[in-house]
Design a protein around this ligand. Structure first.
Ligand code: NA7
Length: 568
């Protein structure tokens, strides 16, 4: 409920407005409304909760984090009540989970669905954020929290002739709710990232024919998904605290530790045995086999070679196998996919692979896709072409801070944030899992809980200390941006040319390594330290006695050399 509604303007006034009703928006609403007692409202484009998972309903959509770690850990009751059915949660099960949480915490009454935020403008005189929706509704609040997700802005390549296609076109991140019937259809799938690798086997099983258009070949490790045993479910129920402890003490927020050994520490036969075991276990755990896989190219080469040999051993046609295994980036330097029978799919006689790096896509016609090698007739095109990641959802809203500065202008050379949480010139605005934070390099719920709790504590601190305005100091922000760059450059991550971590998948997007690669444990410690020092590196104003240091006295962050294992 709004605190008040201004009768003359119809503006609904709140303490806090939250944009987005996914994992982060739901928890942020709970914290601000139920813990701090603020009037808070979530504005959400969709007609239900779920965020990224609401839209990503494509065939095979499943989380790559293991289900027992893909959950809120703030509530023992929720942990004890909810039971996942499989090792990796499928999209419909995640939707059931988020609806269960929203209902249990009675959140939906404070979420306005079917409401897309068009603009947010900071009114300095009133120290209020003024928000307008696409339908012209007006809102105002002291605090603005963006919970818009990192991968929610679909990227559809601008291929000539796209509009002329006579069949159906779908982007995996905007999938129709009624599903798509592929029976008897010739389907073309563009893209072989995590999404395409999940979707291809499921589409192939339903379609008359599937043509996969591959630009960059990709590694993938079997997920080994399956139902969870009763023993494992019992283990989960009885060991929440230990599981949380592992997730909070590893750089990537997953429920497993990264091995404390380098590739060079073991003999070649032992190394092979370790990789074989990791392949048998499957999933993202493979990359935890050695601690230096993302730090040392020679170490990475051993994993890359192992994985390429696996492709060759699975795919029967040698020419297809070579196209799939012709990978030129280090393993896990792009987001490493995990799969259920992806490479096996190319052994089906209704599946073919087209190398569009060798023969690029030239245009789309009414009847199919034309590459330099000729036309591929199609009834359906599936774009598994990814997202305008991290900045896309934020820049999709016209956000204007102090002195008329827009976020678009502030980020014209790439995103700049302090801790991925705040931007100089945008007071009282907090960006959950924003660029410059571990976000997509971490198991997302762990990153989300840390951010939401930090923001909640910060707002509580402001209210307890008479601070009515908090804003990142420009110098502290520049230091953080430099540290984010150093952290990335200490790893192999920025070495990949076509990577959405760098924004390279979107034409014209500035190439800046966006997530923080220094690891979640280190990041959490930095955030806690800054809060303990009275929100060091932030400018605060109000009727307060500032116990912390205002402005730019913030010290240097840990040097890049200290970054041992990146949080990927
Ligand atoms: P990704 O990982 O960005 O993958 C997109 C794929 O689409 C990738 O193979 C791209 O090739 C390909 N692509 C994009 N544009 C084109 C054009 N114009 N022509 C041919 N191929 C193209 O997105 P996903 O949805 O798979 O995964 C996103 C994240 O969601 C994932 O990392 C998880 O965190 C969950 P490229 O590699 O650019 O050559």
């Amino acid at each position: 409920m709004p605190v008040t509604t201004d009768r003359s303007t119809g503006t609904r006034e709140f303490d806090a407005l939250i944009i987005g009703a996914g994992f982060s928006g739901l928890y942020q609403l709970h914290c601000l409304r139920d813990r701090l007692g603020l009037s808070a409202q979530v504005l959400e484009t969709a007609d239900g909760v779920g965020g990224t998972w609401y839209w990503n309903r494509y065939p095979g959509a499943r989380c790559d984090s293991e289900s027992h770690s893909y959950a809120y850990y703030f509530s023992k009751e929720i942990l004890e009540e909810w039971e996942w059915s499989e090792r990796y949660p499928e999209q419909p099960e995640i939707m059931r989970y988020l609806n269960y949480v929203a209902d249990k915490l009675d959140l939906k009454r404070d979420i306005r669905f079917n409401t897309r935020v068009a603009s947010a403008r900071y009114d300095e005189d009133a120290n209020r954020w003024r928000i307008a929706t696409e339908t012209g509704e007006q809102y105002a609040a002291t605090y603005l929290i963006t919970a818009v997700g990192c991968l929610s802005s679909a990227n559809i390549p601008d291929i000539p002739g796209l509009d002329s296609f006579a069949g159906d076109c779908y982007h995996t991140g905007q999938w129709p709710h009624q599903g798509v019937d592929f029976t008897g259809k010739r389907v073309g799938q563009i893209g072989t990232g995590s999404t395409g690798i999940q979707a291809a086997p499921v589409i192939a099983a339903a379609a008359r024919h599937l043509t996969v258009f591959q630009r960059t070949p990709n590694y993938s490790v079997p997920a080994h998904n399956g139902p969870l045993s009763d023993d494992f479910k019992r283990y989960m129920r009885e060991h929440h605290d230990e599981i949380r402890e592992v997730m909070h003490s590893t750089p990537n927020g997953h429920p497993f530790r990264i091995a404390d050994r380098n590739v060079a520490d073991v003999a070649p036969e032992e190394r092979l045995a370790i990789y074989e075991k990791a392949w048998e276990i499957g999933g993202l755990r493979f990359r935890a086999a050695f601690r230096d896989l993302l730090l040392d190219k020679a170490a990475n080469d051993t994993a890359a070679e192992f994985l390429k040999n696996k492709i060759r051993s699975v795919v029967e046609d040698p020419e297809t196998a070579e196209k799939l295994a012709n990978i030129d980036h280090p393993y896990a330097a792009k987001r490493p996919p995990i799969d259920t029978h992806y490479f096996e799919t190319f052994n089906r006689n209704n599946v073919s692979l087209v190398d569009v790096r060798a023969a690029p896509i030239e245009r789309i016609t009414p009847s199919g896709i034309v590459t330099a090698d000729g036309e591929y007739p199609l009834d359906v095109i599936v774009f598994a072409t990814g997202f305008d990641a991290m900045t896309g959802p934020l820049l999709g809203i016209d956000i204007e801070g102090r002195d008329g500065m827009t976020l678009k202008d502030a980020w014209s050379a790439g995103p700049k944030t302090y801790l991925g949480l705040a931007v100089a010139g945008f007071p009282n605005m907090f960006t959950v899992t924003g660029p410059g934070s571990p976000s997509v390099l971490c198991n997302m719920p762990v990153a989300i809980e840390q951010h939401v709790e930090w923001i909640t504590d910060c707002i509580a601190h402001m209210r307890a200390n008479g601070i009515n305005r908090i804003e990142a100091d420009p110098e502290a922000m520049e230091k953080w941006v430099a540290h984010v760059n150093d952290a990335a450059n200490a790893t192999l991550l920025p070495s990949v040319e076509h990577s959405w971590y760098l924004g390279a998948n979107v034409p014209g997007k500035p190439r800046v390594f966006m997530p923080y690669a220094g690891g979640m444990t280190r990041y959490r410690a930095v955030c806690d330290d800054i809060a303990a020092k009275g929100y060091e590196g932030f400018r605060k104003s109000g009727n307060h006695q500032d116990t912390g240091r205002n402005g730019s006295t913030v010290g240097d962050f840990a040097p890049a050399a200290a970054i041992d294992t990146p949080g990927v």
